[in-house]
Unconditional design. Sequence first.
Length: 149
Amino acid sequence: MCYLHDFDHLRLLPAYRQTLERELDLWHRAYLPAGRTVLDLGAGCGETAQFYLSHGSELVLAVESDEKALECLRENFKDNKHVIILPYHVDKIKVDIEGAEKDMVLETHFPFKWKKDRLSSWPRSVSLWRLEEHWGSIPRRAVRKILKR
């Protein structure tokens, strides 16, 4: 278990600090167990990389595209051989890691539904799922559009 003071040495942008303070307890329930190698898409300033290192991960591949967050990420882990920073924007995610999908965590900031693709030529042991944005029924989507104005 790690605590907020374990992150004091990190330079975090205010929004990332607030998220850490608000969600650290949730992370302990949702993001563990940590694997030896973690792919952290949307690594922010490195708060989740630090979280995984604190829980036994040996290597974190930290992918981040936001320039301000990247600046903090680089500063926070400049001499740390256990964090590899990949400064890229990811447009599509495909996961097929021969079993590493087990205990995979997907955090999303929009309502979603899973859609199962049925590919007749694939073996029955293979499942292909797509995450789709799903705001609900047509009336619910209409109300949401009105409220966004």
